[in-house]
Design a protein around this ligand. Sequence first.
Ligand SMILES: NC(=O)c1ccc[n+]([C@@H]2O[C@H](COP(=O)([O-])OP(=O)(O)OC[C@H]3O[C@@H](n4cnc5c(N)ncnc54)[C@H](OP(=O)(O)O)[C@@H]3O)[C@@H](O)[C@H]2O)c1
Length: 433
Amino acid sequence: MTEPVVRVGIIGAGNVGGALVRLLADESRSSALLDAARSRLEVVGVAVKDEKKERPDIPASLLTTDAQALAAREDVDVVVELIGGVSDARTYIETALRRGASVVTANKALMAEAGTELIEIAFANNADLYYEAAVGGGVPILRSLRTSLAAERITRVMGIVNGTTNFILSKMTSDGTDYASALEEAQALGYAENDPTADVEGFDAAAKVAILSFLSFGTVLDGATIEREGISTIRAVDVAFAKRSGYVIKLLGIAERVGDHAISRRVQPTLVPDEHPLASVHGAYNAVFVEGVTTGPLMWLGQGAGGEPTAAAVLGDIVAVARNKVSGRHDTPFSVDRTLQSFPPGELQSAFYLSIDVLDKPGVLASVASVFGDHDVSILSMDQSGFGDEARLTFFTHRAFASDVSATLKDLEHLDAVDAIGSCLCVIDGGTA
Ligand SMILES: NC(=O)c1ccc[n+]([C@@H]2O[C@H](COP(=O)([O-])OP(=O)(O)OC[C@H]3O[C@@H](n4cnc5c(N)ncnc54)[C@H](OP(=O)(O)O)[C@@H]3O)[C@@H](O)[C@H]2O)c1
């Protein structure tokens, strides 16, 4: 009996697309792939931008620069979008879905912006839309949320979902370097772009939080509305103080249920206790930590980027699409709960870490402490360090409302004894961050 054939069109053959083409051509995998997909996966076209680039792994007969035509080709069963960006990618994906072809993408920016509409288009046209590689690269967290945890009441999802920032913060922690030097090293090693804004200011992580929150809680895919703070203002002194105090600073993407009707979604540099599983995730690795009412804590860890790990996740999606096609089914869309509200950031409660540069003179501590008291922010511990221009006060607070801590900082800024506010970071304590 000859096996069914599922025809694959790949748009984009860069880091991920190139690795995917190699995986699909790898003869040592072909038998396992045939079994898994219950069909033979045949690459029938690869669209790229620059026709002059050398591509020794891709037969010239497959190459095209007309991505739109490849997406529209009636004999292509699954279109794999691996170009990134929003506008062109959206056009190609919509073209494929509207004619009933399934789509696999690794595009978090697009899914976070237009995922809700694309999923509806897929469903209306009896097509699948899978996007496992959009969060955590090679870490298979999304399918776990969609399937294994579909019946779980998830309370919180926290992730180190950006390898660039985790590399920079890990360097600052292990070597004591400042942010600028750690970023320079990340750029030299290819972990950070020349323009690192999307990573270091948390935009990339916010898109991933939107997707994680959608699959965990059913919130609408709207990455732009997520509270976001980056790591470019994190100082070496704060990283060192956190380390001495038993914490490590991580950029966390967090989505958590607050009561029955609200979800807090945010990206923020956070003090993570050394004993928390996320504290041991170093370098460019990614991890997602999920807490469910019945499952308790769960964690996924792995390579959040890189052509091959990401292509492996894309290939898993292609296999899922192929199996669906052969069995004549397609996925039902994950439902959105439009009654869920965004929890107001100021009403969040957390323990906080604050560092304040102060004048080195008597009475400063008392005046600073009284401002905390004015706003009901209770101090857990305090440290005084440095002399002269280096004098600094560092506080850990008990759990406090974020709005009260903001008001405290505002008043402290106006105090004569205060030179500058250094950092104000949430502390996760095993409870609510
Ligand atoms: N790289 C990772 O580690 C990683 C991890 C997770 C997710 N992702 C996601 O995977 C996607 C691809 O990333 P990547 O790193 O592989 O990107 P990349 O290396 O920059 O490759 C992009 C590819 O798309 C092609 N391309 C761009 N615009 C095109 C257009 N309009 N028509 C046809 N082809 C076009 C480029 O053609 P040329 O080759 O001719 O330039 C190139 O082959 C992105 O959505 C990214 O966010 C990447």
